[in-house]
Structure formats: C-alpha cells, structure tokens
Design a protein around this ligand. Structure first.
Ligand code: ZN
Length: 451
C-alpha cells in the first residue's frame, strides 16, 4: 500500500531538526520513501491523507511499562514505592494469562491513542500456574498492532531472604534463566523492521539476587539481546543498596557487569554527578518516567544533565498502577514541565522533550536507524495530530501546541505502514469491548486476592 500525507506541518526529528511548514511524507509498504516541503511527488493509486491543520511527527517510543498493571489501577494512591509495592504484590500474585492478555490489550490500545507506535514491556511477576504470560502479551501487541519490545522480567529474592516481594511471586534462578532463554528462542526477531524483540530484565536490586543479575547479563550478551531493570528510582532504594551492598545502586550494577550500550535503566532519578558520568562513559541508557515518579513522590530525574552528558534518554509511562493515565504524549509534556519546574524555562525545550519521546527512545532500544524520525528508509511509524480545533487552533508554534497544549485528537497513527488509529479511534480493536473486558478482568483479579 502507498500512503501520502500532505499539507501537514512535518516535524522530522532528523539530526538537523528539519521541519516543513506545509510538507509531505510518502509511505510505501512499511517504509517512508519521501519527506519534504510542498506537495508530494505523483504516486499512482496512493491513499492521500489531507494533513491540513495537522502536525505530523514520528510515532512515540515508550521505553518502560508494566502492561499487566492496567487491571490494577488506583490502589495505594498515596503510598511510597515500597508501600505501593507491598500492597500490590499479593494481588499480582493471582495474575493469569487471560488477565495479562486483557490488561495488555487495554494498555497498548491506550498507548496507541496517545501517539505511541513502539512500546517496551517489563513483565516480572510469574505466579506458578499462571500460564504463558509473555505469550499472552505478545498476542495482545499483535492484535493492537504496535511494535513491541517485551522484556522477560523476574524476581528471585523473596521476603524470607531479605527481599521485598512475598515468596509466592518469586521464581528460582534456574527456571528464570531457562524460561528467559526459551522466550528468546521463541519470539526474538533481530531483523531490520522487526515487530518484536525480547529483552532480559530482572526486576530491581531489592527483588533479585546478585547471582541472577550476573547470569542474566551473561545470557543476554550470549544471545545478543538488551538488558533492562529499575534503578535509582527512590531514596529508599539507595538506602537499601548502601545497607546490603555497601555501594550506590550504580556502583552495585557496575560491579555486576550491568553497564553498557546494551543496558537501559528505568527511572534513574537519584543520580549524583559521578553516576551520570559513569552511565555516559559506558553508553548506558535511561527511561525517564516523569508521571510515575511524581505519582509516587520519587523525585524528578536530571533529564537535562543526562542529555548534556551524552546519555541516551527515552521516556516511559511506567506501569499503569503508578500512572493511571499511561499516555505517551503526557510523558513528553511532563518531561518538559518538570524539567522547567526544577531548572528554569530553558532547562528543556519543547522540541527536546519531543526528541526524548521519539529519537531518544529509539536510541535506548538500539533502533535509531529504524524508528524515531521521519526520513526516507525509516519504518513508517508516524502520528498525525489534529491542531485545528478549539483546544489548539491559535497556538503559534505547532510543536508547543502538541507538547504544552492538551492532548490533541489523533487523526492517524501508522505502525509499520498500517493504520492503528484513525480519527481518534482504534481501528484494530473495538475500544468498548476492550473496556468491558478490562473491568471484568480487574474484578476477577481483585476477588481472587480477597480485596
Ligand atoms: Zn517500572
């Protein structure tokens, strides 16, 4: 299929920051073949989309999520991270494959509606007899139509061994490694244009053993997949690391071989200058999750300092239980606003915030030659936002309208050249049906947990 978008303000997010006030993008199959100013070159039989009054951007890249949490939103709303986790672990202990499939469909559907075309997931709760939870979320991503980077997470440090999670939601080290490698064998596609890549992701320093971290890194490097975990999210975590390992979280991860261009950490809120220098020197990436960090009162990551140091920084919604909105566009907005609340109006421009949500995320996932910018040869992952309604019509700069205004209607979202959203509606699934299923799954899960 050939598709042409014309007359839109095109923000390419290419290295030069090119924008075209009345520009076009041509998509053939799953690739972008032309980008420029003015009318598109003649293309026989193409579907033509009039982008008049619209802004065309690359699709947004979500670098941290826990899709299963879509059915456990709105709990422990005033808790700290550790209080919130200990409230929810017992509920998550009752997850099964049907609940995960429904949660993932709901979460990915909402992400698509907010401009997201590529999403990661970090799934680390595998109750015994829960079924094929990773397979269930992969099926959901295929149904919704997003490019997907699920990571096989894990926890092996239960409460009886000094960890935070209750013993019944942790697995043993050998089965974690076996299942993780099986997931890579079964699902990982390393090819250009891949719709699915697996990562390896033990949960956090306070829920896994050092031995698991070491062996997980060995496995990921042997198989050529990426490594991911939570790090430096709260001061409680830093206290935990100092008490248990006698070092900061970043020093601890370095001692286990967990830094490098194939690693990205979620949050990275509490970094001192030395930690920023270490991440930059080793090429380690970060997923900045401003809304979740604010919801849990964890703090505001030093996004500007990390970017200035040359660290690849992407944005993430984080799990829906600590970010009930789970809107990718809102993360772009919050990244800009929180950075300025912290460091003044020049701390982060609206274009740099959008860059974190696009090329930044692509770099974190090692896919900067495939997605994150609108350039010939890149994959056709793009978002067309309607800016001619009351909410945005007079905002002078279209990028400021997108980043600082309220979320605009999404006229079109293409993933790999295929429409996922049209005229602000999902076209791959029925949103009302998904909502009804989510409510049923959430009710079932809470009943099982005796809530
Ligand atoms: Zn998380």
């Amino acid at each position: 299929m050939t598709l042409v978008v014309e007359n839109a303000h095109v923000v390419t997010m290419d290295a030069a920051g090119s924008e075209h006030t009345r520009g076009h993008v041509v998509v053939e199959g799953n690739r972008i073949t032309a980008v420029g100013s003015g009318a598109a070159p003649a293309t026989d039989g193409a579907r033509r989309v009039d982008g008049n009054g619209c802004l065309l951007t690359p699709g947004l890249v979500n670098t941290h999520h826990h899709l299963y949490q879509w059915t456990t939103r709105g709990h422990a709303v005033d808790g700290t991270l550790f209080e919130w986790l200990t409230t929810l672990y017992p509920v998550w202990g009752h997850l099964d494959e049907d609940i995960v499939r429904t949660s993932a469909t709901g979460a990915l559907g909402r992400l698509a509606r907010t401009g997201c075309t590529t999403s990661t997931d970090h799934h680390y709760v595998f109750p015994r007899d829960g079924g094929d939870l990773l397979g269930a979320e992969i099926e959901a991503a295929r149904t919704v139509g997003l490019r997907f980077h699920p990571t096989r997470g894990s926890m092996d440090l239960g409460a009886s061994s000094g960890g935070l999670p209750p013993d019944h939601v942790v697995e043993d080290l050998d089965s974690i490694l076996t299942e993780t490698e099986k997931a890579i064998d079964q699902h990982h596609d390393a090819s250009f244009g891949s719709m699915l890549r697996i990562g390896v992701a033990p949960c956090s320093p306070f829920s896994v053993t050092g031995e698991l971290l070491v062996q997980a890194a060995e496995l990921a490097r042997r198989r050529g997949v990426r490594l991911h975990t939570h790090l430096c999210e709260t001061l409680d975590e830093e206290d935990y690391c100092r008490e248990h390992f006698g070092s900061t979280p970043v020093e601890y991860m370095e001692s286990l071989g967990w830094l490098g261009p194939d690693v990205w950490f979620a949050h990275a809120v509490h970094l001192d200058d030395a930690a920023i220098e270490t991440l930059a020197r080793t090429g380690t990436g970060a997923a900045h999750c401003p809304s979740s960090n604010a919801r849990l009162g964890a703090g505001i990551a030093r996004a500007r300092d990390m970017r200035d140091a040359g660290i690849a920084v992407g944005l993430g919604v984080d799990g829906a239980a600590s970010n009930e909105a789970s809107s990718m566009l809102e993360e772009v907005r919050h990244a800009a606003l929180f950075a300025r609340a912290r460091g003044g109006p020049r701390e982060l421009s609206v274009r740099d915030a959008l860059r974190m949500g696009t090329t930044g995320g692509a770099a974190v996932l090692g896919r900067q030659r495939e997605v994150g910018s609108l350039e010939p040869g890149r994959l056709a992952d793009l978002a067309l936002w309607r800016l001619d309604t009351l909410a945005h019509v007079d905002i002078a700069d279209p990028v400021a309208a997108l980043v600082l205004g309220s979320p605009p209607p999404l006229e079109l979202l293409l993933v790999d050249g295929a429409p996922v959203v049209e005229q602000d509606r999902l076209v791959t699934v029925d949103e009302q049906d998904v909502a009804a299923e989510v409510l049923r799954a959430s009710t079932r899960l809470l009943e099982r947990a005796g809530r």
